[in-house]
Design a protein. Structure first.
Length: 318
């Protein structure tokens, strides 16, 4: 049994490790309420004065805590610099956010990761609320995702459809969650938190309540499906992550990709950063799976983000 199968087996058997109690009305066919804890008097479900009874075969004891200690399973992004910043790559069941300005490279870096995983014969899902399916496919093609494949071959086309799942202009977070559960990818991207919404939240997309709800729903989906969930977040004019930071408390890692020459908001070079080709990726104060002090530098090209590995000190000049 592999390590992942062992973890799945442990979670599947979890219900067998806890004592179960049920309402005595079960024998009468009037109530099927169950609980991990016993109660005396009225049933919390049917309200009748039935005491509980222990379900036969249930155990009183959980497995020792040490039996739950398993090394984290890192999913390499295919970009060593990104792996280093994130602490080794994406982690199963965890959720991550990359924030940045428009044109900073948020979608680009995620598509490059998706391309790497696709070429490793892994299934990925990319959901965009801002771009069409065709636009995402064209970007992936430009970044070399499908290089070397005969795109005219029907078998190849079917393989791409099955393993590179794209949801274009999808703004319903629950629809995205359902597709993740259906497709069962090894990696899922949602772009972005500010344009995807939950229909049961009475607020506009991008509002504090919506961003918080969407982030929590996607994080819960990752925990349930054991799929790493990568989210894109926009920023405000003040370069802060759009929406309340409370929305990101459930996430396991928050990262920021910057296209500005300086972190100093008063730096004159930041006035016209449009032609600035360099990007920096760093942790934005939270990383449950690694260090918060790592930084990576990239150059934005027509083929995507290219890592920059200076031999000496990198000096920024006007």
């Amino acid at each position: 049994m592999t390590e992942e199968e062992d973890i799945d087996a442990l979670e599947t058997d979890e219900s067998k490790l806890v004592a179960k109690y049920r309402c005595r009305g079960y024998a009468r066919g009037t109530c099927d309420h169950e609980s991990d804890k016993p109660w005396v008097g009225f049933c919390p479900s049917c309200g009748r004065p039935y005491d509980c009874e222990k379900i036969k075969g249930a155990s009183k004891h959980k497995k020792p805590l040490t039996s739950l200690f398993k090394p984290k399973q890192y999913l390499s992004t295919g970009i060593p610099e990104v792996d280093r910043v994130m602490g080794g790559g994406f982690v199963r069941s965890c959720s991550f956010v990359i924030a940045g300005e428009p044109g900073g490279g948020k979608t680009t870096i995620y598509l490059q990761v998706c391309g790497h995983l696709f070429r490793k014969d892994k299934r990925i899902l990319f959901a965009s609320g801002e771009q069409t399916r065709e636009e995402i496919a064209q970007m992936a093609h430009r970044f070399g995702t499908f290089d070397g494949l005969n795109l005219e071959d029907s078998v190849v086309q079917k393989g791409i459809e099955e393993n590179f799942v794209i949801l274009g202009m999808e703004n319903d977070v629950y629809a995205i969650v359902e597709r993740i559960k259906e497709v069962k990818p090894c990696f899922a991207v949602v772009d972005s938190l500010q344009v995807v919404g939950a229909g049961d939240v009475e607020a506009q997309c991008g509002s504090t309540d919506q961003v918080k709800a969407v982030a929590n729903i996607l994080t819960d989906c990752g925990k349930e499906t054991k799929v790493p969930i990568a989210m894109v977040s926009q920023v405000t004019k003040g370069l802060d992550i759009a929406g309340s930071m409370q929305a990101l408390h459930a996430c396991d890692g928050i990262f920021y990709i910057s296209k500005r020459p300086s972190d100093d908001k008063n730096d004159e070079r930041n006035e016209k950063p449009k032609n600035w080709p360099w990007r920096t990726l760093e942790c934005h104060g939270k990383n449950r799976n690694g260090s918060v002090d790592e930084t990576a530098t990239f150059e934005m090209t027509s083929k995507g983000l290219v890592p920059v590995r200076p031999k000496g000190k990198l000096t920024l000049v006007e």
